[in-house]
Design a protein around this ligand. Structure first.
Ligand SMILES: [Ca+2]
Ligand SMILES: [Ca+2]
Length: 224
């Protein structure tokens, strides 16, 4: 008896395995969606970081600009040494810059936008910022009380407003007998204020503003 045997087994790839050999449309769409979500999330993070950086810079610049102008004011005389001092700029001292302002109350009402250096030159990179000054006599026994007549004490307020309307205010008191109110014993040239603006690189937000009053005292008449 002849018996024939043959092997009819055929190797087949299961349908599921064959599908894994490529990328289906659904998988491509899902992958694109996931990547898109990740890109959007990354961009939002970058945008938030940039916004936070700008806010931080604005909070740092406001006090610096206020301090810079305040230091400029504090080294002027308490009262103009002319024959007819007035509260506010004396004759010939007003104008578009601050080079002729030589006593504290000359600065009352000063405001500038765009911001200016003392010589009237514009401070670049600060479009939309405003700096304003208010000076008032106050009661020496209660410095929060404004008085209408000479009291021997002036309160100076420098207010800086950024382009978004956020304000920074610096307040100082100035008496009538500070070191800067004594006449030198002889004609003397000295440095009493230095305004500083520093910037490294092209980023305006990285700029540093400051003003300093050197500690060298003004030469005073003997006995004073
Ligand atoms: Ca004055
Ligand atoms: Ca003056």
């Amino acid at each position: 008896m002849f018996r024939r045997e043959c092997d009819l087994r055929v190797s087949r790839t299961p349908r599921a395995d064959r599908r894994r050999g490529g990328i289906s449309l659904v998988e491509a769409v899902l992958s694109t969606l996931i990547v898109s979500v990740m890109v959007v999330a990354a961009l939002q993070s970058l945008g938030s970081a940039a916004t936070a950086d700008r806010i931080h810079a604005a909070r740092r610049i406001g006090p610096a600009l206020a301090s810079q102008l305040m230091s400029e004011i504090l080294v002027t005389a308490y009262e103009d040494d002319g024959d007819s001092p007035v509260f506010g700029p004396e004759n010939g001292e007003g104008g578009s810059h601050r080079t002729k302002l030589d006593d504290v109350d000359d600065y009352d009402g000063w405001s500038s936008s765009p911001l200016q250096n003392k010589d009237g030159s514009a401070i670049s990179g600060l479009s939309g910022w405003t700096r304003a000054v208010s000076v008032q006599w106050v009661d020496p026994n209660n410095v929060s009380t404004v008085v209408a007549a000479e009291s021997g004490l002036k309160r100076i307020i420098v207010t800086v407003t950024d382009p978004q309307g956020r304000q920074t205010a610096a307040t100082c008191l100035r008496g009538a007998s500070s070191a800067y109110d004594y006449e030198p014993s002889s004609s003397t040239t000295y440095v009493n204020w230095v305004g500083v603006t520093l910037q490294i690189g092209p980023d305006d937000n990285a700029r540093i503003y400051s003003g300093v009053n050197p500690l060298n005292g003004i030469p005073t008449p003997e006995g004073q």
